[in-house]
Write a new protein. Sequence first.
Length: 381
Amino acid sequence: MSSRARCGELGRNPIDLVADWLAGRRLPSCSHELDRTIVLTRSGREAIALAMRLWKVAPGDEVLVPAYNCGSEVSPVIATGARVLMYRVDRNAEIDVHDIRRRLSGRTKVVFVTHYFGRPVDLRQLAPLCGDAGVKLLEDSAHSLFGVGVGGTGDAGVFSLRKILPASDGGVLAIRSSGIDESDLRLDAPPSVALRGTLSLIKRWLRRSLAVGASAAAADEVAAANEDMTLPDVPRSYYFAPGAPVVGASQLTRGLLSRINKNAIVERRRTNYRRLRAEMNGVRGFSPLWAESPLEPGFCPLGLPGLVEDRELWRLKLKAAGAPVSAWWAGFHRGLDWDEFPEAKMLKQRVILLPVHQGLTAPDLDCIAAVARSIESGPAI
């Protein structure tokens, strides 16, 4: 696999970083043509916290969130003191609108919906349901940066720049401005230079340039389960403290947004998705999450999701080959009750996301598929 693939999805050379820094002195025009108030934050999680603050979500309120979740995006909601209730998501990561309907109550303030892996959720039933109930609809579009229309149906959309772009930080809140007090939009000032993130980007660029592969023993993103826990916890950093500050995006990130070619990124990701999807057809032990997954207009894929039986084996084999994969969303947030949602638990234990990043080439994708074909992980799912 090429050095570019081995070093993962991020990496900015020093010249690009300087150019981003200079361009970031002015606010970028938003990449999403949405009729919304746009706020650039340090992370998607902080953008969610800001939405909760603007909507005055507080103890006594209820917020409905999908049972298939990372945990990080739910933490800012839990930090408000509101009661957080999960609703059903089926084994194909499709939301159950009927289950949402039956869980709505007079205390429901917000319904949270996630566009998984860049694939837009059909909101034609849910949006009017929330509107009739006087409930805010929040679209978690962290996986769906540059997706056409994504984040523009509900009352607000939240995006995460680092999922798609080589950014050290960055989230976006796109929210309907009606009834919003402008004073509530003031954020804590970002540092003049996001030093730690900048050094990380340079390090990844150096690794790519020197063709240094990622280690198969690289630390997993998910914390190991404690002996007294049935399910593994999410990393400690995923928990959001009540009253934590909401910080603006760095100048580097603003500059990156000003300089990127959005259309080229979308087209490359779509091309890579098509190729990898075709290469993975019939691969033993890998079941695509969506049996039929045409690239509808507006679908900017985060990756190719699939179910595998022994995810750790897949992760280690692909990591050893340099493919940027992780045990996707394997941790379970301690503030939620998981007993009622076996399908979501299954997804959190068996989904692996194969990369279609714009930096990957056709040989990279062929290599990923070849490694997948070599993995003997039991019968097809």
